[in-house]
Design a protein around this ligand. Sequence first.
Ligand code: FES
Length: 104
Amino acid sequence: MRIENHPILEFKRTKKVKFYFDGKEVWGYEGESIAAALHALGIWEYREGLKTKRPRGLFCAIGHCSSCLMEVNGVPNTRICVTPVKEGIIVKKQLPKGDLVEKL
Ligand code: FES
């Protein structure tokens, strides 16, 4: 759900772009955070906790914790609350630690 109209705030919407979340095509506004786009689509689970295995979602939403770490275009441990949506990016849930795609 997105707030479209607000009595005192103004939302400048940019171009709608497609990207992929766990293999499904989803969309967001270019430049908004990946977390904002997923949250607006009702997707609130981004990974699971290392020890508890419980689902994790947004916590700080300003890039200061590690609650929203996901794999973005093959890069693990990306904080999606501060990573902008771009056309065609591939976002995957991280279970539970992010591994590098190619081992060194
Ligand atoms: S929710 Fe805290 S870093 Fe993204």
